[in-house]
Design a protein around this ligand. Structure first.
Ligand SMILES: Nc1ncnc2c1ncn2[C@@H]1O[C@H](COP(=O)(O)OP(=O)(O)OP(=O)(O)O)[C@@H](O)[C@H]1O
Ligand SMILES: O=P(O)(O)OC[C@H]1O[C@H](OP(=O)(O)OP(=O)(O)O)[C@H](O)[C@@H]1O
Length: 332
C-alpha cells in the first residue's frame, strides 16, 4: 500500500524508531489502545482504530518535525527538545546579526511539552578523564569538547566564558572553547585524543565509568515527554491522545488502597491517604466505622500501609489500577 497517499486527514504522531525510548513509548501506545501494524522497514504506520498515522523517527529529529508543524505530536527526550530549541535560537540570532531581511527560520514555531512520561530519565553531563588535570568546568575553557548536543554545549561554555570574562572586565569575546560534533560513542573521544572533555548523557553512569570518565557538572536533566506542535492539524485528537496517555501513566504510577477505620480516626487516616483529589469514604454497616478508598503512589505504598496500621486502619487492601481517565487533555 502506498501509505503516504493514505495520510490525508490523519494526525501525525512521531515515535522513536529505535534506542532507549522506543519500547516504553510503544508500551504507552498499547496502553492507550492505539492499534497499528508496522510493515517491515516502513517508517509510517496507519492506526487502525483512530484517524492517526505513526511516524517512526530518530528521537533527536522529532522536535524538528513537531516544531516545524509537519507532525502534530511526538514522544522524545527533553534533552532533544532543549537542543532543538537552542539551535533555533542560535540560527535566529545569527540571522539577526547578519542583517539579512529574509527570515531563515520561517515556519519554525517550536514545540510545546504536553506531559512528562515518567521514563527515559538521564542527565546531560560534562565529563572529563577521571585521572586527568581537569577538575572543574572552567578548566575546560579554550579546550576541545566532543558532543552530540552542540547547541546546548555552546550555550553552556558560552555562559561559562562570559562569567569568567566579566570577572576580569572583558566584554564581547567569541567562544574560545572548541565544540566538536560527534554522532555517537562520544565517550571514546577523550581516550582517542579527539577531545579533552565531553558532554553526553548519563543514566546509571556505567558507560562513563567504563570509559574512565567522571562527571563534573550537569547541563540539563531529561526524561521522556509528549510534545505537540503549536499548530496541530486536529487539536481535539491531540487532547484525546493526551488524555489517554495520561490515563495510562497515572494507572502505572498509582495503586488503589482500601481500608476500614473508625470514623474518629478518619482525620489521621486521610492525612496519610489524601488521594489524588480526595479519598472516597463510605459508611460501613458497623456503627462508627467507615471504608476508605484512595489512590496512592506505588512507591509510597509500604510506608502508607505502616502508617495506616499505626492509626488503627484494618483490612487494608491494595489493588492494581488497569487504566484511569481524568478530564480530557489536562495533565494534573
Ligand atoms: N542511558 C540512558 N538512559 C535513559 N535515557 C536515555 C539514555 N540515553 C539516552 N536516553 C534518552 O533517549 C533518547 C534517545 O537516545 P538514544 O541513545 O536511544 O538515541 P538513538 O535514537 O538510538 O540515537 P543514537 O544512534 O545517537 O544512539 C535521548 O535523547 C535521551 O532522552
Ligand atoms: O549511564 P549509562 O546508563 O551507562 O547510559 C549512558 C549511555 O547511554 C546512551 O548511549 P546508548 O547506549 O543509547 O548508545 P549511543 O552511545 O550509541 O548513543 C548515552 O549516550 C551514554 O553513552
Amino acid at each position: 500500500m502506498d501509505l503516504v497517499n493514505h495520510l490525508e486527514g490523519r494526525l501525525l504522531f512521531a515515535v522513536p524508531k529505535k534506542g532507549r525510548l522506543q519500547q516504553a513509548a510503544l508500551n504507552l501506545l498499547e496502553g492507550a489502545d492505539i492499534q497499528f501494524r508496522r510493515e517491515s522497514r516502513l517508517d509510517i504506520a496507519l492506526v487502525k482504530n483512530l484517524p492517526i498515522a505513526l511516524v517512526f523517527l530518530p528521537a533527536a529529529d522529532i522536535p524538528t518535525f513537531v516544531g516545524e508543524g509537519r507532525v502534530s505530536l511526538g514522544i522524545t527526550g527533553q534533552d532533544t527538545v532543549a537542543e532543538h530549541a537552542a539551535g533555533v535560537d542560535r540560527a535566529r540570532r545569527e540571522q539577526a546579526e547578519s542583517g539579512k531581511s529574509t527570515p531563515l527560520n520561517d515556519g519554525v514555531e517550536g514545540c510545546e511539552e504536553v506531559m512528562d512520561l515518567g521514563f527515559g530519565s538521564c542527565k546531560l553531563q560534562v565529563q572529563v578523564p577521571e585521572k586527568g588535570t581537569y577538575i572543574q568546568p572552567i578548566d575546560l575553557i579554550g579546550k576541545t569538547i566532543g558532543t552530540s548536543f552542540v547547541h546546548l554545549t555552546q550555550n553552556y561554555f558560552g555562559a561559562l566564558e562570559k562569567e569568567q570574562d566579566a570577572a576580569h572586565g572583558i566584554e564581547n569575546r567569541k567562544l574560545r572553547t572548541k565544540i566538536v560534533e560527534l554522532s555517537g560513542s562520544v565517550e571514546a573521544a577523550c581516550a582517542l585524543g579527539v577531545a579533552d572533555g565531553i558532554v553526553d548523557l548519563v543514566e546509571s553512569g556505567e558507560t562513563m565509568k567504563a570509559a574512565g570518565l567522571k562527571a563534573i557538572d550537569t547541563v540539563v536533566s531529561s526524561s521522556a515527554v509528549l510534545i505537540k506542535s503549536k499548530s496541530p492539524t486536529n487539536p481535539a485528537m491531540v487532547d484525546l491522545i493526551a488524555s489517554r496517555i495520561l490515563g495510562v501513566i497515572t494507572a502505572q504510577k498509582y495503586i488503589l488502597c482500601q481500608y476500614n477505620i473508625r470514623r474518629s480516626s478518619l482525620p489521621d487516616a486521610t492525612r496519610i491517604t489524601p488521594g489524588k483529589r480526595a479519598p472516597t469514604i463510605n459508611a460501613l454497616e458497623e456503627e462508627g466505622w467507615v471504608a476508605v478508598s484512595s489512590m496512592v503512589e506505588k512507591k509510597k505504598i509500604a510506608t502508607v500501609m505502616d502508617e495506616l496500621t499505626e492509626v488503627g486502619a484494618t483490612d487494608i487492601l491494595v489493588l492494581e489500577i488497569a487504566n484511569t481517565r481524568a478530564a480530557r487533555g489536562i495533565p494534573n
